[in-house]
Write a protein that binds this ligand. Structure first.
Ligand code: SF4
Ligand code: SF4
Length: 407
């Protein structure tokens, strides 16, 4: 698609990037059926092709309106369209650019700006979030039903082995909301890795990975958080850690992208690339053979529906590895239709776009439970909590199931 950037953009790095990205789109429409929002609304402007057309107009300087912004806001950034596109359009980069341009031209209301700021401030501070979650749990019975469903109950924790007892060692990222909402996930990861002869350690001074700020229009803040994490991760790699591991697929995807995001920062570019290259989703450090070798095979044929988060299947493209591990651990995977479609969680999307998000969750839960699963397994805390709040069956992280299958 030929694009002529407007006067202020022509010849700039952003203008050239836009031209290069837009050039690949041939308007074939193969991406439309893959798009969850298009499947719900049926509106071309809520499809990848429609949004790409809106972004082209923004780049060419056409007037932007709140409606333009709304159609871009409705995108989940799930990147299912990238998988479906035969021309290799990098839609994820295009939507980032489109959002940047529309935010510059159509400022959000004070209420919207405050809400977004609040999300970034609260959700990226684990201690503050834990305090607020504690208050929410104490006041649960007085909360409206919609909020009650969002406050998870406290679960019993199984401690992990002492750190540092094996020669092999990885950094296990804590994340921001996961320690408060589901501390059992990383404990389960540590127990499984311990059986495989791998110690886990935390890094001093871990910050939010930056994904929240990146997707909510606080790009500079996100880059600052990325720089702090690059400092901390490099120190851990220098001290002998063999990988930076994340049990939350959204955070892992963001850290894998640090190299690209900080490419223009001379002080950080090389170290950011090093950190990204050393980053793995948890599923990438465990092989199916490891599960059998470590005696983690007592799944007892329990029926599990696997929900592959978009960040794992379209972003990192390693989702099928989880299926292999669950099967090796003795679980039976139930059939799930439309497995490529997003569950509607998408970070703060479930709060900012409640109607679309809830409809996508309704469809996803119907698909997940259609095969009479006893339990749903996922790989990202955001999807886990979003589905759990409305699921008729328990929703857990896949590593918790593997850890529970210990003999
Ligand atoms: S993004 Fe890809 S699949 Fe969609 S219209 Fe453009 S070329 Fe076709
Ligand atoms: S990222 Fe997801 S929601 Fe956005 S256009 Fe692509 S398929 Fe649709």
């Amino acid at each position: 698609m030929f694009t002529k950037p407007a006067a202020g953009l022509e010849g700039t790095p952003r203008g050239e990037l836009a031209q290069a990205l837009l050039r690949n789109c041939v308007h074939c429409g193969f991406c439309l059926p893959a798009c969850p929002t298009y499947r719900v609304t049926g509106n071309e402007l809520d499809s990848p092709r429609g949004r790409i057309y809106l972004i082209k107009q923004l780049v060419e300087g056409a007037p932007a309106t709140a409606t333009t912004r709304e159609h871009l806001d409705r995108c989940l950034t799930c990147r299912a369209c990238e998988r479906a596109c035969p021309s290799g359009v990098e839609y994820g980069k295009l939507i980032d650019l489109g959002r940047e341009l529309v935010d510059e031209r159509v400022p959000r209301s004070l209420h919207q700006r405050t809400l977004r700021r609040l999300f970034v401030e609260v959700l990226s501070r684990p201690r503050l979030f834990a305090v607020l979650l504690g208050i929410g749990r104490s006041a649960r019975r007085w909360l409206p039903a919609s909020l009650q469903a969002r406050v998870p109950p406290v679960t019993a924790l199984v401690p992990a082995a002492t750190t540092g007892r094996h020669a092999r060692c990885v950094v296990l990222l804590e994340g921001c909301v996961q320690p408060g909402l589901a501390p059992g996930i990383n404990l389960a990861a540590a127990r499984v890795l311990d059986r495989l002869g791998i110690s886990v350690r935390r890094i001093e001074g871990e910050r939010c990975c930056g994904a929240l700020g990146h997707h909510l229009g606080h790009a500079e803040r996100a880059l600052d958080q990325a720089r702090r994490n690059v400092d901390a991760c490099c120190a851990a790699l220098d001290a002998g850690a063999e990988a930076i591991v994340s049990s939350a697929s959204a955070c892992g995807l963001m850290v894998k992208d640090y190299g690209r995001l900080l490419a223009g920062d001379v002080a950080y570019a090389e170290r950011a690339r090093r950190v990204s290259a050393a980053t793995r989703d948890l599923v990438e450090v465990i092989e199916p053979g490891d599960v059998e070798r470590a005696g983690l095979t007592r799944g007892n044929g329990r029926r599990i529906a696997w929900q592959a988060p978009c960040t794992l299947q379209h972003g990192q493209r390693v989702a099928e590895r989880v299926e292999s591990l669950l099967k090796s651990a003795g679980f039976r995977l139930t059939p799930v239709r439309d497995a490529l479609l997003c569950c509607g969680s998408a970070g703060t999307y479930s709060i900012l776009q409640p109607e679309l998000s809830q409809e996508l969750r309704r469809r996803k839960l119907a698909a997940l439970t259609g095969g009479e699963a006893e339990m749903i397994a996922t790989a990202n805390i955001g999807c886990l909590e979003h589905l759990r709040a409305a699921s008729p069956v328990p929703v857990r992280h896949w590593i918790e199931l593997i850890a529970d299958a210990a003999d």
